[in-house]
Design a binder for this molecule. Sequence first.
Ligand SMILES: [Zn+2]
Length: 373
Amino acid sequence: MKIQEVLSYIEQLAPRHYAEDFDNTGLLTGDSQEELKGVLVTLDCLENVVDEAISKNCNLIVAFHPIIFSGLKNLRPDDYVKRAVVKAIKNDIAIYATHTALDNAKYGVSYRMAQQLGLENIRTLIPQKGIIKKLVTYIPPANFEIVKEELFKAGAGHLGNYEESSYSLNGTGTFLGNEDSDPKIGEKGKRSTIEEKLLSVTFLPHLESNILKTLFKSHPYEEVAYELSTLNNQYDHIGMGAIGEFKEEMSAKDLRNTKNTFNTGIVKHSNSKNKKIKNVALLGGSGAFGIKNAIQSGADAYITADLKYHDFFQGEAILLCDVGHYESEQFTKNLLHEYLSKKFSNFAILLCRCANKPCKLLLNRWQKRLKLL
Ligand SMILES: [Zn+2]
């Protein structure tokens, strides 16, 4: 089996076109056409992770954060990024990063955080807007089913949990071809009035060129009449963050069990201790940008990381909790490991043993002095 087979499967969960523009997801080193030996799953791919991959005979490292984020000017092993990259290249190890593609996937990073916390009815906190495309085309009845089937095969009509969604109407079309025309129905130079069916299908933008190619190939007309538009609808299956609810309301103090859930000694939080908590929004990693969305969503608490001093002033209406960047994303490697293990049970899919937590917190004495939750 080629490495590419694993990568294609990851991209079913977290398609690369879900990633943010600033990001650097996908295959960072290595050749996807190499035979797969084994997979090592990690949050960060540092040099010690490459060492572990070598020792365990894994030639694919699936990481969450991309070790190459901005460009490299040389490949001298003189910093932690280049040391990992150079070692991976020297040892024919492919490094693949999912990052914001998995952040924006419905069942990705934040969804997993919400599951770990025991929330129910989990939805996307910031669903993307203006992403769904719509194709409307007009087809003679004799060709209608063929064109529709081919468009379905190309991915049209697939949205969220549904496949093969379409809408059709019967109507009448007219056309008059000039001397250079070659109409499949009627004659050139004469107006034709014929029965046509309108077909409307929605699809995701990365499929557009393939869907149009399929339309032109399967539609009988010389000039295919079609309309493309972008819908302003929200799409719950792509977007950052998650929101869900506890079965029963709890006090902000009770929410202290987030410390256990996220294995952190300290949760930095806003001064909203009297608040009752039922709806909780979450966003893995640096999530200050989502505070307003969390408040608008009606959440009682927002659990994320990397909040700054001034961010906490927005915590009048909502309990803001910073559980730490690593801590908020730590379950991501389990998510990827479980996802891959189910599919590729004949291959070694291993969880990385390296603890690459870049910062540690002083506990106990300091925690008491600072009166943290
Ligand atoms: Zn992160």
